[in-house]
Write a protein that binds this ligand. Structure first.
Ligand code: GDP
Length: 541
């Protein structure tokens, strides 16, 4: 199995480029907080040799240098506000793991990171089944039919019956499950996993720290050695596998690549059990960078001209320098340091002199990078989320890097009315970074902030104070969700504007938005104006 078939056939392909593309895997983890994402990330990095000891990812969270108040806030809570990109090698593969912030730092960035990956790894706690945040992230994956591999974690703890877990995933997430490994017992009875794909048994022995789990491998499921080792559980395993053959979905590569089926693995991240098994399958099954849609055509990663898009903007850690890092995903061609690229939105040329690639522990200057890689580019606000960069003169604009409808809202109240200019500037600039959105209702002068995660509100308040010297406070507002309004019928748009001047607002880019006080009111408006489309996401212009 390989993902070569996934790449468009193309003449005159540069051999080096093709090789670099084929050995890249760029993915993100989707999970609910506490399912084990951090623990699993540590183990993956350990296999990649990127870190020597487990625990580094966590301690990296805790020890990081605080250079501004909001960084201090993050440190205090022991959580990470920033999305990091971790790059590691495994065998011949170059793996880019894009962190999807998940606790209180859950934000629109978490969603948008998923627009820059080629596949996802879903981590599920075996005692909890599918949880809310996983459901939301899955919806984002579905927008691009992102292929997903599932890792059911914490099998060393008592959990839900594996058959029920699969049924839960299938029903809640509407995706077929094809187990490639099967657990032998769980909790204190957890004995290991049977690799259905390879017909191998891996026996579990709890280990601590960072050592790599080997376990005993038994090739034949009917071997008496199995009964010797597992006792009555051997019979149960054989029965379950038989049941699975009748009831489960056999693995189908095409359905996986189309996002319709998820291969499932069982294990215990903290004990490093089942992780390598999953990783070995991941590099084989997960797609390498594939063609990306633009407004005019699909761009193949094998095209020689460089192209990339920005999916995240992060303020510099040091507020004294108001520069920002734009995270760009390379879509085609080769990137070399100092390269001149075009920025079609502004029509300007841009020299990328100081690109950064984010390693597990430190940042190193990039000499060259390839499709699937992420580079960080310093700028002073010239780069916006969704911007395309190319080395050719072609007017390209990548699509599929949208704004997502916020789920929390606040009204911003200025303490000193003379500072309204600074407030506007601050709110606009901070909204441009993409962690919050700014809305101005047509019928009043309110500044309404919308965010996907609540922590963003605190971050914005302390940055307004630090960077713009503006003291403000929040008031609660009645809004529940937002939808972007588009229609061919200006009459209907005028109708809704007149009817709901408090609910219809302009966002930071002057797009009409409906701020709905309830799901019911949203539904009512949708019924009342059938010629208006109410969209949950909005593409950047
Ligand atoms: P995250 O919030 O998804 O990043 O989750 P963490 O990796 O921080 O894990 C949450 C908690 O679950 C921590 O206390 C971990 O030690 C624990 N945990 C992670 N993996 C396992 C596992 O395989 N078995 C058990 N028993 N606990 C685990």
């Amino acid at each position: 199995m390989s993902s070569e078939g996934h790449i468009l056939m193309q003449e005159n392909v540069d051999k080096v480029l093709k090789k670099e593309v084929e050995r890249r895997r760029t993915f993100g983890i989707i999970s609910h907080p506490d399912a084990g994402k951090t623990t699993l990330t540590e183990k993956l990095l350990l296999y990649g040799g990127a870190i020597q000891m487990a625990g580094t990812v966590k301690s990296r969270k805790a020890n990081r240098h605080a250079t501004s108040d909001w960084m201090a806030m993050e440190q205090e809570r022991g959580i990470s506000v920033t999305t990091s990109v971790m790059k590691f090698n495994y065998r011949d593969y170059e793996i880019n793991l894009l962190d999807t912030p998940g606790h209180q730092d859950f934000s629109e960035d978490t969603y948008r990171v998923l627009t820059a990956v080629d596949s996802a790894l879903m981590v599920i706690d075996c005692a909890k089944g599918v949880e809310n945040q996983t459901k939301k992230l899955m919806e984002v994956c579905r927008m691009r039919d992102t292929p997903i591999i599932t890792f059911i974690n914490k099998m060393d703890r008592e959990g839900i019956d594996p058959f029920e877990l699969l049924a839960d995933i299938e029903e809640t997430l509407h995706i077929e499950c094809a187990p490639l490994s099967w657990p032998i017992g769980m909790g204190s009875d957890f004995k290991g996993t049977y690799n259905i794909h390879k017909g191998e048994l891996h026996l579990f022995s709890a280990t601590h720290g960072g050592s790599i789990q080997k376990g005993e491998v038994i090739k034949d499921i009917h071997s008496p050695r199995l009964d010797e080792l597992l006792g009555s559980q051997a019979k149960q395993l054989r029965e379950e596998l038989e049941l699975l053959e009748g009831a489960g979905y056999p693995f189908d590569e095409e359905r996986y690549l189309a996002g319709k089926q998820t291969p499932v693995f069982f294990g215990s991240a903290i004990n490093n059990f089942g992780v390598q098994e999953m990783l070995n399958s991941f590099i084989q099954l997960a797609p390498c960078p594939s063609p990306r849609a633009t407004t005019t055509r699909d761009v193949s990663p094998l095209e020689n001209e460089f192209s990339a898009f920005a999916f995240k903007i992060q303020a510099n850690m040091d507020p004294a320098h108001r520069d920002r890092i734009a995270f760009m995903r390379i879509c085609s061609g080769k990137f070399t340091r100092g390269m001149k690229v075009r920025h079609p939105r502004t029509g300007k040329e841009f020299q990328i002199a100081n690109a950064t690639i984010f390693m597990a522990q430190d940042r190193t200057g990039v000499e060259e990078a390839w499709p699937g890689d992420i580079i960080g580019v310093h700028n002073h606000g010239t780069i916006k989320i969704g911007d395309t960069f190319t080395s050719s003169k072609e007017e390209l604009k990548f699509t599929g890097i949208p704004n997502f409808a916020p789920e929390h809202f606040r009204r911003v109240i200025l303490k000193d009315p003379l500072k309204s200019k600074q407030l506007n500037k601050g709110l606009h600039q901070l909204a441009e970074e993409g962690a919050v959105q700014l809305f101005k209702p047509l019928g009043n002068n309110d500044n309404i902030l919308g965010a996907v995660g609540l922590l963003q509100f605190e971050v914005i308040m302390s940055r307004l104070k630090d960077e713009y010297s503006v003291e403000a406070l929040y008031e609660p507002v009645e809004f529940h969700t937002a939808r972007w309004l588009t229609s061919e019928s200006n009459k209907e748009l005028d109708g809704i504007k007149k009817r709901y001047p408090r609910f219809v607002a302009l966002d930071g880019d002057e797009n009409l938005t409906f701020l709905a006080p309830s799901q019911w009111r949203l539904q009512q408006a949708e019924e009342e104006w059938p010629k208006i489309s109410f969209q949950k996401t909005r593409e950047h212009q």
